[in-house]
Write a protein that binds this ligand. Sequence first.
Ligand SMILES: Cc1ncc(COP(=O)(O)O)c(C=O)c1O
Length: 369
Amino acid sequence: MAWLRNIIRNDLSGVEKYRYGKPVSELQRELGLEKVVRLSSNENPWPLPDSVKKAIQASLENVNRYPDPQSNRLRRLLAQKWGVSTGEVIIGAGTEGILHSLFHSIIEPGDEIVCPVPSYPLYRSAAIASAARFVEVPACDGESWDIGDITGSCTAKTKAVIISNPCNPLGRIMERDRMIALANELDSRQVLLIVDEAYAEYVDDSNYLAGIDLFRNIGRIVITRTFSKIYGLAALRVGYAIAPKTIVDAYDKLHPVFEVSRVGQYAAHAALLETEYIKDIRLKTVAERTRVQKALSEMGVATGLTRTNFLLIKHPKSGEIYERLLKEGVIVRRGSDLGLDGFLRVTVGLPEENEVFLSSLKKVLVHFA
Ligand SMILES: Cc1ncc(COP(=O)(O)O)c(C=O)c1O
């Protein structure tokens, strides 16, 4: 059997597996708990609108047939929404699926992807899958980056810089002026800027610059968005990108042809038309977020500024608090899984879920008073 080891890629020996949030069913099984609250993956916890449920039901007809490999109906709707051509839209299996194929389509041996960190750990996984060197740029003050540090980390081998805006896990935005400066500088260096806007729909800040404006002005930019967050379709694996046609054409040559299921295509199409629902989810999330932050502050727990559906809690005993919360049936995210030691990341859930979190945290913190 030894030869099997020899056929595995050498560069995978130092690679760690992705550390995902614990699934509810696993915690229930391990601890025999009946009720578990999961606040670890920044999903939309509210029920889906009826139109989306109906679309999912309708999509189940004909599942014996392959889905439309081009997701044409959804593609046209997205192109119309953003005022771009259908040839500038990628639809893929979530942001994750899109990044894997996108990196495969631009990376040659020895190429680099530059990424300001802390950031979404799947960027690293996708870069490694395409055998790119993943170059990290640490935040200068723990919460923002010097644009010069990012551009200064680019070499002749750098194909792209990837950032999440707003940033997971920090929850903050990169302000308009800095985005423009970064985009222009990278364009002049012929490095592709990829902006992951998974949480953009939650942002209400006039200093936020949606990547589509950069796309309209500069053109040589890729923006990714997802149906996994505010649209509430995380399990169906649908995301999209707005990208220059040259990139879309390359992507089309090597992505898994049937990567977006028919169920996902139908659901995403219906969800995109639900503009009032999306507004409502944003308002409810922000209201709950404010309430949770206030309750935490009354408990002496500080949270930083966030423009997203999650909060960061700083505590020197965050690892132990995480373990104790699990025993209470509350799953949050360990900052250490996200390159942020000493923090917990907590998704804003339904009001009753947030109550369980707050009362469990209060109970747990007694041990660290
Ligand atoms: C920054 C960021 N991008 C993308 C995603 C979602 O990816 P997908 O569309 O693959 O579900 C997440 C989910 O946690 C995220 O935090």
